[in-house]
Design a protein around this ligand. Structure first.
Ligand code: SAH
Ligand code: SF4
Length: 345
C-alpha cells in the first residue's frame, strides 16, 4: 500500500491525521499552514513541529507533487508546465501573467472523454481522473516557479479534461484552495470552473455552494450544430442546459460565463450572434468569444478578424458583455484546446 499523500488533504483531515498519530489538532493546523500557506513541502523544514511528530509523518505518509517534466516559455510571457505524474501520465498547466494578474489554467483529467470535434485534447480520449493532490499540486508547483513574493492570483479550470466529470476531486481541491485560514486562501470569485455542459454536475457543483464562477462551453446556438461539434449535446441539449444555467445559484453581481469558440463558416454568422443574444436573454451572462486555435489535421478555421468583431458587436448591441479571448501561448501549444501530451507506451 502506498502511503497517503499529505498534499490534497483538507486542513481538517490533516488535523484528524495529527490526532491519529498521537499529536494534537493544533499540530495538524501547523502542518496545513506549512503545506498550503507557506508552500513548504519538506518535513525537515517544518521547524516548529516536534521531532517525533515529523518522524511519524515521515514513516506513515508522503508529500508528493507532480514532477515538472518541462517548462516551455511563450513569446507572450505565458509558460506551459508539463507535469509527469506518478504513473507516467502527462498533464499541463499554463501560467498566464497579465499586469498584476497571474492566471493559472489547470487540468483535471489526463485526456478527456467528451470528444468535442474542435478540441485537440478531445482526440486523446480519457485516460484517467486526476486526484485532488494532483490538482492542488499543479498550483503549488506553479507558485514555486514564480519569483519570490509572487503567486498565482486567478485560477481557471480550463486545461486538459472536463472538471465536472471529476467532481469529487475537483471539489476537494477547491476547498483546499479557498480555505482562508489554513488553506491557500484564494477567493472563490477568482476561481472559474469551465464545463462542456454536464447538467447533473452543474447541479451538484451548485449544491456544494463554493461560490466559484461557472463557465459554460456553449459554442453553438442550435442543437443541430452543437450536436455536431459536441457529442455531449445529445445527452443534454441546449434547452436542458440553459435551464440548468438559470437554476445555478449566483451571488449578487456574479455572472455565468459563456465560452463560444468561433469557427469559420460553422457558427460565426450574424444569425448565430442574434440567436446567441436571444438564448442569453434574462440570464446574467458574460460571453467570451474564443477565436479557434489551430492544431495539426483539424478541419476548422479561425474566422477573419472583421467577422469576429462583427459577432462581438451584435452581442454588445444586445447589451451582453462580450470579450474576445485572444488565447495565450499559441506558439507553444498552450492555447485553449491545444493541450495534448503524448501518452507514454
Ligand atoms: N472541458 C472543459 C474545460 C476545458 S476546455 C470545457 O470544455 O469547457 C477550455 C475551453 O477551450 C472550452 O471552452 C473549450 O471548448 C475551448 N476550446 C477547445 N478547443 C479549442 C480550440 N481549438 N480553440 C479554441 N478554443 C478551444
Ligand atoms: Fe473535453 Fe473540453 Fe476538449 Fe470538449 S472542449 S473535448 S469537454 S476538454
Amino acid at each position: 500500500m502506498s502511503r497517503p499523500n499529505l498534499i490534497g488533504m483538507l486542513p481538517s483531515e490533516l488535523e484528524d491525521l495529527a490526532v491519529e498519530l498521537g499529536a494534537s489538532r493544533y499540530r495538524g493546523r501547523q502542518l496545513a499552514t506549512w503545506l498550503y500557506r507557506k508552500g513548504v513541502v519538506t518535513l525537515s523544514a517544518m521547524t516548529d513541529l516536534p521531532q517525533d511528530f515529523r518522524a511519524a509523518l515521515a514513516e506513515r505518509t508522503e508529500i508528493a507533487l507532480p514532477e515538472v517534466d518541462r517548462v516551455t516559455p511563450s513569446q507572450d510571457g505565458s509558460r506551459k508546465l508539463v507535469f509527469r505524474l506518478a504513473d507516467e501520465g502527462r498533464v499541463s498547466a499554463v501560467i498566464m501573467p497579465d499586469d498584476e494578474r497571474i492566471t493559472l489554467c489547470l487540468s483535471t483529467q489526463v485526456g478527456c472523454g467528451y470528444g468535442c470535434t474542435f478540441c485537440l485534447t478531445g482526440t486523446m480520449g480519457l485516460e484517467r481522473n486526476l486526484t485532488a493532490a494532483e490538482i492542488v499540486g499543479q498550483l503549488l508547483v506553479a507558485n514555486a516557479q514564480l519569483e519570490a513574493g509572487q503567486r498565482v492570483t486567478h485560477l481557471v479550470f480550463m486545461g486538459m479534461g472536463e472538471p465536472l466529470a471529476n467532481l469529487a476531486a475537483l471539489v476537494q481541491a477547491i476547498r483546499i484552495m479557498i480555505d482562508a485560514r489554513l488553506g491557500l486562501g484564494y477567493s472563490p470569485r477568482r476561481i472559474t470552473v469551465s464545463t462542456v455542459g454536464l447538467v447533473p454536475g452543474m447541479e451538484r457543483l451548485g449544491r456544494e455552494n463554493l461560490k466559484v464562477n461557472l463557465a459554460v462551453s456553449l459554442h453553438a446556438t442550435t442543437d443541430e450544430v452543437r450536436g455536431r461539434l459536441m457529442p455531449v449535446n445529445r445527452s443534454w441539449n441546449l434547452a436542458t442546459l440553459m435551464d440548468a444555467v438559470r437554476r445555478y445559484p449566483l451571488a449578487p453581481r456574479q455572472r455565468v460565463f459563456f465560452e463560444y469558440v468561433l469557427l469559420e463558416g460553422v457558427n460565426d454568422a450574424p444569425e448565430d450572434a442574434q440567436r446567441l443574444a436571444r438564448l442569453l436573454r434574462g440570464i446574467r451572462a458574460k460571453v467570451n468569444l474564443i477565436p479557434f486555435n489551430d492544431w495539426e489535421n483539424s478541419t476548422f478555421r479561425r474566422p477573419p478578424l472583421p467577422r469576429i468583431l462583427a459577432f462581438q458587436s451584435t452581442l454588445l448591441e444586445a447589451g451582453i458583455t462580450t470579450t474576445v479571448r485572444w488565447s495565450k501561448g499559441e506558439d507553444i501549444g498552450a492555447a485553449c484546446g491545444q493541450l495534448r501530451e503524448p501518452i507514454p507506451a
